[in-house]
Ligand binder design. Structure first.
Ligand code: GAP
Length: 452
């Protein structure tokens, strides 16, 4: 359990802002909601897409030693036997016979030993109604084809990684990559978590961004250190505060793992530091198991040295939703505005991540200002997501964009129609500068930065 953070708990405020402003909605809300499943609204989908694009760019497009992949969610059921998920992807589960609630066995709210008469249910408070722990598999099961028989069972993948392992040779041979090289993919994963929660932190349907780097045994330690450093740098490049990020080495390793470390972010409040990404040295376990279960050789042939071996794998595995939540928590602030009675709520998202890059506002709805503002908006819209708003006092319009993290506010005023300049307000400094309307695209592009 993480200790209480020095950063405030902003989760409740974020959940409310996310719904009100169209970032994230509860799934199937009109039916009372689906437990721990969330839908991304117009602004949320842009924000998460920016996160995924940044990852894809850094991991695939900007490198010549990593290839992209988009494997199917449904895989041969033997995959999950080989991977160990059928036997071991379990959590100990406890039921309360009285209130029918379920808990993980290590839930600190449980008093006493589950199964014993003194054990007390943390929800209904009754004693002696908690079952002994039983192992519960977190994979969602379904059936393939029209017949519901055990032979037709398939699983919704609980991680994207296995799609990479089973395609290792397909990718290597079709691209003629030489070891060391990696395969990266972004995709949905599903886990029937017993205790999901904290908004989009732990959900039953989520997106992972995973990369497996295949290396020669013996070189794995240096690659592990390299990827640890690279991945931390990536999180910083998104704008996550360096003093809220840390490494957490795993004290207990899975039997096949040679090393593992998490990158943790401080989510504030009682949630505190929590994993956002795992970096694992998985040895030759995965390819070795798939070779054994499929009966197909998954060796790499090192031609110059005339040597065959099963590569070791360094894995980097990060949640797109969890990173999005970290960015929202990191960005949320409430502050006073000098000279104004009303404070403001700001999402201080880095401009490259912000869902909308600029708000465009005619100061008043007359004297040619709306016409010029629409022209400016249409021109900018070809390059970036922008938002046109001509409703209400200009201060209100700025506040509405501050709250969703829009870095620039462009106002077309009386002077604009005379000399062709507009004001550009910076979300964070509140400073306004005059910029020629025909220079705006370049001005904003420069400040949004590259896709590094
Ligand atoms: N292939 C390795 C793997 O899946 P993991 O630590 O179970 O490792 C990696 O998951 C990342 O996926 C986590 O760091 C987290 O960001 C994300 N993740 C895992 N379970 C999640 C859940 N239930 N909801 C949201 N994100 C989750």
């Amino acid at each position: 359990m993480a200790s209480v953070s020095a950063h405030p708990d902003v989760m409740e405020k974020l959940v409310s802002l996310a719904k009100r402003r169209g970032f994230i909605f509860q799934s199937s809300e009109i039916y009372g909601g689906t437990g721990s499943v969330w839908d991304y609204g117009p602004l949320g989908v842009e924000l998460k897409k920016n996160v995924k694009d940044r990852w894809w760019h850094a991991m695939v497009r900007a490198r010549d030693d990593i290839e992209g992949l988009d494997a199917a969610i449904l895989m041969h059921p033997r995959v999950w036997e080989a991977s160990g998920h059928v036997a071991g992807f379990t959590d100990p589960l406890i039921d309360c016979r009285n209130c029918k609630r379920r808990f993980r066995a290590d839930d600190p709210a449980i008093k006493g030993t589950p199964g014993a008469p003194d054990a007390q249910c943390p929800v209904c408070g009754s004693k002696g109604t908690l079952s002994e722990p039983r192992m519960f598999n977190l994979m969602f099961k379904t059936f393939m084809g029209p017949v519901e028989e055990s032979a037709a069972i398939v699983y919704l993948r609980p991680e994207t990684a296995q799609g990479i392992f089973v395609n290792f040779l397909n990718v290597q041979q079709s691209t003629r990559q030489k070891i060391p090289f990696g395969i990266a993919q972004i995709g949905k994963a599903f886990r029937n978590e017993i205790t999901p929660g904290n908004f989009i932190f732990r959900t039953r349907e989520f997106e992972q961004m995973e990369m497996q780097f295949f290396v020669e045994p013996g070189t794995d330690e240096e690659h592990f250190e390299y990827w640890k450093a690279q991945r931390m740098e990536w999180h910083r490049s998104l704008g996550l505060a360096p003093d809220r990020l840390r490494y957490k080495p795993h004290e207990q390793l899975a039997h096949y793992a040679r090393a593992a470390a998490d990158i943790e972010f401080d989510f504030g409040g009682s949630l505190g530091y929590q994993e956002i990404e795992g970096i694992h040295n998985r040895s030759d376990f995965d390819l070795g198991r798939h070779q054994e279960y499929s009966g197909k050789k998954l060796e790499y042939f090192d031609q110059p040295r005339n040597r065959r071996y099963i590569p070791y794998v360094i894995e980097t595995s990060v949640g797109a939703d969890r990173t999005t939540l970290a960015l929202l928590v990191n960005a949320y602030r409430e502050e006073e505005v000098p000279g104004e009675t009303e404070g403001r709520t700001v999402l201080g998202l880095s401009p490259s991540i912000a869902p909308i890059k600029a708000g465009v506002f005619p100061l008043v709805k007359k004297d040619g200002m709306p016409e010029m503002a629409e022209k400016v908006a249409n021109d900018l819209r070809r390059a970036f997501p922008i938002f046109y708003d001509d409703g209400g006092a200009i201060g209100r319009r700025y506040r509405r964009q501050d709250e969703v993290g829009t870095p620039f506010g462009i106002t077309i005023d009386g002077q604009s129609t005379q000399d062709g300049t507009v004001t550009v307000r910076d979300r964070d400094t509140l400073q306004q500068v005059r910029v020629a309307a025909d220079q705006l695209r370049g001005y904003i592009a420069e400040r949004i930065g590259t896709t590094e």
